[in-house]
Design a protein around this ligand. Structure first.
Ligand SMILES: C[S@@+](CC[C@H](N)C(=O)[O-])C[C@H]1O[C@@H](n2cnc3c(N)ncnc32)[C@H](O)[C@@H]1O
Length: 334
């Protein structure tokens, strides 16, 4: 658990009122997370996304390691989806939305042994993304183009009965911009346990009509989705949003406008609805050095003056991890 987070959690859970036990906050950060629905920032249980900083920056001992240079941090080689695959160690990752195959590549890089179902109705990438990366491993089944079968139309019952799929160790990665809530409820029926949602837009934001009315963050916050939010909250063991790398104030020099669809942070954000960033270059010199190193390594300007550098570091969409309950009563009646 993050140091600041742990301190605040310990403080709040020692409070006399029930309400305090449902709230957690950080030093020098305005957001408060609530363990209940109808808030802008909700969390539940314990997800490894809450330990993002430690997991990214922990030193991994290499064989025959005799000096610091031979140590590697996870940050050097990865990002959110990579971390999720490493931590969950799934037997199957179902990737809904393949496009250029970036996420297929990351999943395979994180695990040489997991099965992958790569699903996309299109045989080729859109949005000028060039050629699709296709996994050469025979552990990957490509449900795309002529072989397309939607996530919810796969024969889950049959595959589980034949023990081809272990639902408890399956991770579903949603990056298809469809109705996220319905897809989570749909996979929950079959007992699939882990879901990572790539585009977890805030209330009122979204690039597509579904994006604007279906994400966990919206269901947990919007009054009109209280029923769905309650169901999702009751049916999860853990829910957490992955932190941004740095706070939006690092983009103070960027003069562009906020993107209408959302999905990007701007320096003027009030930060009440996003979790504490992994690094605080605005407060801490060592974190500033780490941030400058990341920007430099990737070839971007840490001051985020140009659009490309801004987009790389301020594109933040509250990517979340849900661990769903595994009991047998899995159906939803709405
Ligand atoms: C944002 S892109 C995915 C990006 C991809 N994950 C990557 O890392 O390169 C969204 C993709 O979802 C696909 N899509 C649309 N409907 C879908 C469906 N029913 N199931 C799976 N993918 C779908 C689109 O064709 C598009 O390629």
């Amino acid at each position: 658990m993050m140091k600041q987070f742990a301190a605040a959690a310990a403080l709040s859970s020692s409070g006399p009122q029930d309400q305090n036990e449902k709230m957690r906050q950080w030093d020098n950060w305005p957001a408060i997370t609530y363990e209940e629905v109808q808030h802008a920032l909700v969390t539940k249980g314990d997800s490894f996304f809450n330990q993002a900083r430690e997991l990214y920056y922990q030193k991994k001992q290499q064989p025959n390691n005799d000096n610091d240079k031979q140590q590697q941090t996870l940050m050097d080689e990865s990002q959110t989806l990579f971390l999720a695959v490493k931590q969950i160690n799934p037997t199957l990752v179902v990737e809904s939305g393949v496009n250029a195959g970036v996420s297929t590549y990351i999943i395979r890089a994180a695990s040489p042994t997991t099965k992958i179902f790569a699903i996309d109705p299109l045989a080729k990438p859109i949005c000028g993304q060039g050629k699709r990366w296709v996994d050469p491993s025979d552990l990957t089944t490509n449900y795309w183009g002529g072989n397309f079968t939607d996530l919810l139309d796969l024969d889950w019952k049959g595959m589980i009965a034949k023990k081809e799929v272990d639902p408890g160790s399956t991770l579903v990665f949603l990056d298809d911009h469809l109705h996220t809530y319905n897809r989570i409820a749909g996979v929950r029926k079959f007992g699939l346990r882990h879901v990572v949602v790539e585009d977890n837009y805030k209330l009122g934001e979204g690039a597509t009509p579904f994006d604007k009315k279906s994400t966990p963050k919206q269901m947990f916050h919007g009054e009109k989705w209280k029923k769905e939010g309650d169901w999702l909250f009751d049916n999860t063991v853990a829910y957490a949003e992955f932190p941004p790398l740095v706070p939006p104030i690092m983009a103070a020099a960027f003069k562009g406008k906020r993107k209408e669809a959302g999905g990007f942070m701007v320096a003027a954000d009030d930060n009440k609805d996003i979790v504490h960033p992994m690094l605080r270059p605005d407060l801490n010199e060592d974190d500033m050095k780490l941030y400058a190193h990341v920007a430099d390594t990737l070839g971007y300007d840490a001051a985020l003056v140009d659009n490309e550098s801004y987009m790389q570091f301020m594109n933040y969409n509250q990517i979340c991890h849900l661990e769903l309950k595994s009991d047998e009563k899995t159906t939803i009646d709405n």
